[in-house]
Design a binder for this molecule. Structure first.
Ligand SMILES: Cc1cc2nc3c(=O)[nH]c(=O)nc-3n(C[C@H](O)[C@H](O)[C@H](O)COP(=O)(O)OP(=O)(O)OC[C@H]3O[C@@H](n4cnc5c(N)ncnc54)[C@H](O)[C@@H]3O)c2cc1C
Length: 417
């Protein structure tokens, strides 16, 4: 299928496919294809060791950090060129870790590159890009705080001399505890007087700062190798130079991260759908019932045809949104539409693939059962379906609650120093 991807994009995507097929998948199945006496903690530790081992191979095979600027040791691909590469990486969670294209580090590097000062880039972006440190992104809050509605941020940051003092309670901070992040990007309210979309700021908070309390890893469905944590900030003091982006411009900074990150998430999850289809088709070719193979049953062939058709539509939508961002700087409606459509499509495809593999779809010899558990979060993370549908509908009705100059401020932040 041609998608008008550039030669460079196709070349790196092919290299990535070879890396995943030849290096990652054989090791991944050796680790996860057999359930034995190992505990979840042991398995996670082995998973981390595998990522470390694969990272070296990713560097040798020139697929490490496709999105990271060359000056920080990556391949420096344009955002649009990244799409097919991210899809290939998404065929295995270990490939994503090894190539350093997984959330939350990927999105945090994007923020630091775009909004960080030169000092912040030297202290945080360079070592993060090199995998010497890791990071988390701390925005979502428990019940009376912000979830779908970003305006509800309760965590506060107050200026005290040349320091900011942060108080608040977050949860679902990926990498929060298990990954032992070295720093967190925390979004907090800094101004009660202005529109709630405008009065928040982003801060870099070292994870070992006094007052940072990692409460727990939240037990959850699906195994990504990363914990999602509840974190409290008790009067955490950071120097004023840890403000990331403009004061009261936190949502603009978050939006900068989330707009593109939603599309890269789509591509990674489409890699999961693509691999699921490969696995299912191989099973269908081999397995026979009632006189011929499953791949000869017309109703199952239609299921596979439908999956390919929808995957093609999703790929096309994501590329369209990415090109729109590259040309105009934003594509909020197109990003929302792509995110909702891709999440539903990938979830349905994984479900179809589980079904056509029968009992083995549920068994963990194949990767489908893990994919099935992991894919469910895609309709929730980076804005749940309903939040995106709400935004699409608001624009369809030409109905916006922000003043034009506030919209300008929230969506058009053009970078740090
Ligand atoms: C695996 C995982 C990783 C995550 N990682 C991070 C992270 O690193 N950092 C971080 O800050 N957060 C993270 N999150 C949190 C994620 O961003 C939120 O779960 C998401 O934004 C939805 O917010 P919520 O869970 O509070 O849902 P809620 O806001 O409580 O919404 C619950 C349901 O109500 C629906 N709803 C809300 N408003 C409306 C409406 N107006 N009309 C109709 N339906 C509506 C929602 O769509 C949703 O289905 C993560 C979540 C998961 C599951």
């Amino acid at each position: 299928m041609g998608y008008q991807d550039s030669e460079r994009a196709q070349e790196v995507a092919e290299r990535t496919r070879a890396f995943v097929d030849e290096e990652v998948l054989p090791r991944e199945r050796a680790l996860f294809g057999q359930r034995d006496h190992r505990s979840d903690a042991d398995r996670q530790e082995e998973g981390r060791e595998l990522v470390e081992e694969l990272r070296e191979i990713a560097r040798e095979r020139d697929v490490f950090g496709p999105q990271i600027p060359e000056e920080y040791g990556g391949l420096g691909l344009d955002f649009v060129d990244l799409l097919p590469v991210f899809e290939q990486a998404g065929r295995s969670i270990f490939a994503m870790g090894a190539m350093h294209v997984a959330a939350p580090d990927e999105g945090n590097m994007e923020i630091l590159e775009h909004a960080g000062t030169e000092a912040q880039k030297a202290e945080y972006l360079r070592p993060l890009a090199n995998c010497d440190i890791s990071s988390g992104f701390s925005m979502t809050e428990p019940m009376d705080g912000c979830g779908s509605d970003a305006k509800q941020i309760r965590t506060s940051a107050e200026k005290d001399g040349d320091e900011w003092v942060i108080d608040g309670h977050k949860w679902w901070t990926t990498h929060g505890q298990t990954g032992e992040p070295d720093f967190l990007i925390v979004v907090a309210r800094t101004n009660e007087e202005v529109h709630p979309y405008v009065g928040t700021s982003a801060f870099i908070v070292p994870a070992d700062a006094d007052g940072v309390e990692f409460v727990r890893d939240i037990p959850h469905m699906g195994e990504s190798g990363m914990g999602h944590s509840e974190v409290k900030y008790h009067g955490v003091r950071v120097p004023e130079e840890n403000l990331l982006g403009p004061e009261d411009g936190g949502l603009a900074v978050a939006q900068q991260r989330l707009g593109k990150a939603r599309l890269t998430h789509c591509m990674r999850f489409m890699g999961m759908a693509d691999r699921s289809l490969d696995v299912a088709k191989a099973y269908m070719d081999e397995r026979s019932a009632y006189g011929d193979t499953l791949s000869e049953k017309q109703s199952l062939r239609f299921d596979i045809a439908d999956a390919h058709m929808r995957l093609h539509a999703a790929r096309t939508m994501v590329r369209h949104a990415a090109r729109q961002i590259a040309e105009t700087g934003s594509a909020d409606t197109e990003v929302s539409m792509s995110k909702v459509f891709a999440a539903e499509t990938v979830q349905d495809i994984v479900d179809t693939c589980v079904q056509v593999c029968g009992g083995n779809g549920i068994g963990k010899d194949l990767p489908l059962a893990d994919f099935y558990e992991n894919v469910r979060c895609f309709r929730i993370i980076d804005g749940a379906d309903e939040a995106h549908m709400r935004s699409i509908a608001k624009r369809a009705f030409d109905d916006d609650e922000l003043e034009p100059e506030e919209i300008e401020y929230v969506t058009r932040f053009d970078g740090g120093e």
